[in-house]
Design a protein around this ligand. Structure first.
Ligand code: AMP
Length: 212
């Protein structure tokens, strides 16, 4: 099963991906995580992406597509994959289709998590993450047992720079202008499944499971 988790920043794609990994053992591909890792390691890719990420803008398509081309090479040997945060533009979606097609693969389902904008902002601004392991918390809705520390990995939780209020507005703008048009793209292909992304992460995951 090859899936795309689709939605605006803050809809819970990262949180739901963690459930997918443990339940379905899918290969998780998050371009945001890959860029953050590259940034921590100060690779040329990370340095190229940094200024766009800091401003809440999308990294140029040519950079993202070159990255995904490398990652997809590993996909064939896996038991399906879940894409999170990619594609985000029409050019990326079309490149993905042709890359998969060349590999004899296709996207089976696009799970579109729909959450109203006012809830998104509260979710993003309160989000805290364990950078290395990727576990995600929220200071109000899903706090760790010990403030500032990841329950599972023991890492110190951070507030991502681009989760701070000024940048969040720009990220939502980029989503509306460049990414939301993909809803129609996938609806026309008859692979779009829209879900209510409100409520607890477990509740949202059980809605997803009813579609699997
Ligand atoms: P995310 O964690 O998925 O919200 O991604 C964080 C940031 O990484 C975004 O705000 C973009 O700057 C960049 N990014 C991640 N994925 C993509 C993508 N598919 N296309 C362009 N930029 C991306």
């Amino acid at each position: 099963m090859n899936l795309l988790l689709f939605g605006a920043p803050g809809t819970g794609k990262g949180t739901q991906s963690a459930f997918f990994i443990s339940h379905y053992k899918l290969f998780h591909i998050s371009t945001g995580d890959l860029f953050r890792k590259a940034l921590r390691e100060k690779t040329p890719l990370g340095l190229k992406a940094q200024s766009y990420m800091d401003r809440g803008e999308l990294v140029p398509d040519s950079v993202v597509i070159a990255l995904i081309e490398q990652v997809l090479v590993d996909v064939k040997s896996r038991n399906g994959f879940i894409l999170d945060g990619f594609p985000r533009t029409l050019a990326q979606a079309e490149s993905l289709d042709s890359l998969l097609n060349n590999m004899g693969l296709k996207l089976d389902k696009v799970l579109y998590l729909n959450v109203p904008e006012e809830i998104l902002i509260e979710r993003i601004v309160g989000r805290r993450v364990a950078e290395k392991s990727g576990y995600v918390y929220h200071i109000k809705f899903n706090p760790p047992e010990k403030e500032g520390i990841c329950d599972k990995s023991g890492e110190k939780l951070i507030h991502r720079n681009d989760d701070k209020e000024g940048v969040v507005t720009q990220r939502l703008k980029a989503y509306k202008e460049q990414t939301a048009p993909l809803i129609e793209y996938y609806r026309e292909k008859n692979i779009l499944f829209e879900l209510d992304g409100c409520g607890s992460p477990k509740k949202v995951f059980s809605r997803i499971q009813s579609l699997m």
